[in-house]
Design a protein around this ligand. Structure first.
Ligand code: ADP
Ligand code: MG
Length: 357
């Protein structure tokens, strides 16, 4: 639960500001307050800017509570979670909490829109690779073919809060959950009067408002080749989410690198020449769903998807290929800069009209 702090605080401050200015000693300086914790299988650091230490710490505490509540709903391993109940229902209908129904409904919508590149029912395949337990192995082609028959977002029945999966099917909302959690944390902070904050959710960034001085946040984008920060991006009030197969992967006995994002058509880890996909949009859940799906699609289909959808569902993206090319959508190009050390990377613009590229 996210409780509201001092409703109408912003308004109150606006009314009282001439008074407050006159009593400067009671009016603290805006400072940064941070809190780090481990949740949803990753490290999170929330930094809020506020002029009251107690308010800032209380807001941070509540945002963390919100994340922990969502983790308890969506964990695939916690036997009390909604997702665990659905995954072990043996084909019976299960009633899930509102937030789970909302996330599942969004994941199914994005699965439809991305033509199944985002596949919320991939859990049996991910388990066969050991991505869910970190005990990695290479499944046989036959095993994967059998498991793929147990997947398919179009076979999930969601009616209100009731979820029905066919026996043997299982959900994993890991590709969208952290994005949604970031949106909820942001909302929680806003409700408590925080207007400037930076949320790092295991590398997903949620930039709340602007920096306290009103300027854009300048974010460092990590190189998918493990060489620190290759570029910077200036944003305000945006989520910035990256997917790639460079963070969670294993090297098989065959010497091949197997990443944790799987192509739902084949059951094998994505290997299409893309190294990472960063998506920038207002909502974290859209960024998270798209970063995974566009990574599965590959450069050309991702560009085509952007051209078709960016108007009704605004987003921008930065694609990095294994051959060190960087493709940025035209709206983001003035906000993105390569670091000097990475000038060897070539930058291309993805334009709305294909000819301009
Ligand atoms: P992360 O959450 O690790 O930062 P993503 O948002 O891209 O990265 O989600 C990847 C996770 O989603 C994987 O670890 C796996 O659990 C799951 N997954 C892998 N491939 C797919 C896919 N095609 N569709 C939906 N979920 C996937
Ligand atoms: Mg994702």
């Amino acid at each position: 639960m996210c409780f509201k702090r001092a409703a109408g605080r912003a308004l109150l401050l606006a009314v009282l500001s001439p008074l407050l200015a006159a009593c400067a000693p009671f009016h603290g300086r805006t400072e940064a307050y941070s809190q780090s914790f481990f949740a949803m299988d990753t490290y999170m650091t929330f930094t809020v800017y506020d002029d009251d230490a107690e308010d800032a710490r209380a807001a941070l505490r509540r945002a963390q509570d919100e994340i922990e509540e969502l983790e308890a709903l969506w964990s695939v391993t916690d036997q009390d979670s909604d997702i665990y109940a659905v995954n072990h229902s043996g084909g019976r209908s299960v009633t899930v909490r509102d937030k789970t129904a909302e996330l599942l409904s969004f994941a199914l919508k994005m699965a439809r829109e991305t033509d199944g590149a985002l596949e919320p029912t991939l859990y049996p395949v991910l388990t066969a690779w050991g991505f869910t337990t970190d005990e990695n192995r290479i499944p046989s082609g036959d095993q994967l073919a059998g498991l793929l028959e147990k997947t398919g977002f179009d076979r999930v029945v969601l009616e209100g809060n009731s979820v029905t999966l066919q026996d043997g099917m299982m959900l994993d909302l890991g590709a969208v959950g952290k994005g949604y959690a970031g949106d909820r944390a942001q909302q929680c902070l806003r409700e408590q009067g925080i207007n400037s904050a930076l949320l790092d959710i295991g590398g997903n960034i949620q930039a709340v408002g602007t920096k306290p001085d009103g300027s854009d946040w300048k974010l460092g984008l990590r190189s998918p080749f493990g060489e620190g920060i290759f570029g910077t991006l200036q944003v305000s009030d945006k989520a910035v989410v990256t997917s790639g197969n460079y963070e969670r992967y294993f090297i098989g006995e065959d010497g091949v690198r197997y990443g944790h994002i799987v192509d739902p058509r084949t059951g094998y880890p994505v290997d299409n020449g893309l190294a990472s996909v960063t998506v920038i949009a207002e909502e974290g859940k859209l960024c998270d769903a798209l970063s995974t799906a566009l990574f599965v699609m590959g450069t050309e289909d991702a560009a085509a998807y952007w051209r078709i959808h960016q108007e009704e569902q605004p987003f921008d993206m930065i694609l990095v290929t294994e051959s060190r090319e960087v493709y940025v959508t035209e709206n983001v190009k003035d906000r993105f800069n390569l670091q000097d050390k990475y000038r060897d990377m070539s930058i291309y613009q993805i334009a709305l009209s294909e000819k301009q590229e």
